[in-house]
Design a protein around this ligand. Structure first.
Ligand code: MG
Length: 178
């Protein structure tokens, strides 16, 4: 169970992602969570830096799909900026949304990574179907009330993962292979 909550990499910021490392792992497609991963939860606009960063990934040849538990329009509007597929109302950590996202990129699951800010949705769901999971610090401290509650459990889970040696402090600062 704890292994399923353990991210493969941990990033302070999306900009810390070393995509050459993903290529070495054979990753060709990336599933992105939306809220507090590429756009602050309480905002309508992405920052120009993140737009530029996502476009750079596309230019590098990565396929991208958005996967969000949020409603359709918000997800669709962001997907249209990049002309990438999306899955909304995904009920992460359910596997089905991840499977749809993988199919939308026309890749096999061993070629796909997922990046998200929540252990119990993005990381747990990705690990359940064997993706490379990348946990990134949330963009904003503003969150949906349900998420605020989950964060307490998340902090508890991180303490347990650390005590079992599955996560260490240096991994939080710099991405790491386990
Ligand atoms: Mg999120």
């Amino acid at each position: 169970m704890y292994n399923l909550l353990c991210p493969r990499m941990i990033l302070n910021s999306l900009h810390d992602l070393e995509y050459h490392q993903l290529k070495e792992l054979g990753i060709e497609g990336i599933i992105f969570d939306l809220d507090n991963t590429i756009i602050p939860w309480d905002q309508q606009q992405m920052s120009p830096e993140i737009i530029e960063w996502v476009n750079a990934l596309l230019k590098e040849g990565f396929k991208i799909c958005l996967l969000s538990n949020n409603m359709g329009k918000r997800v669709k509007d962001i997907a249209e900026i990049f002309n990438v597929p999306f899955v909304s109302r995904a009920y992460k950590p359910a596997k089905s949304g991840f499977r749809h996202a993988i199919a939308a990129m026309e890749l096999s699951q061993d070629r796909v990574a997922v990046i998200g800010d929540q252990l119990f949705t993005d990381i747990l769901g990705g690990n359940r179907i064997g993706l490379v999971t990348i946990w990134v610090r949330p963009l904003s401290s503003q969150e949906f009330i349900g998420t605020k509650i989950t964060r307490r459990l998340e902090r508890l889970a991180v303490r347990v993962l650390k005590s079992k040696g599955l996560i260490n402090k240096s991994a939080i600062i710099k991405n790491n292979n386990y």
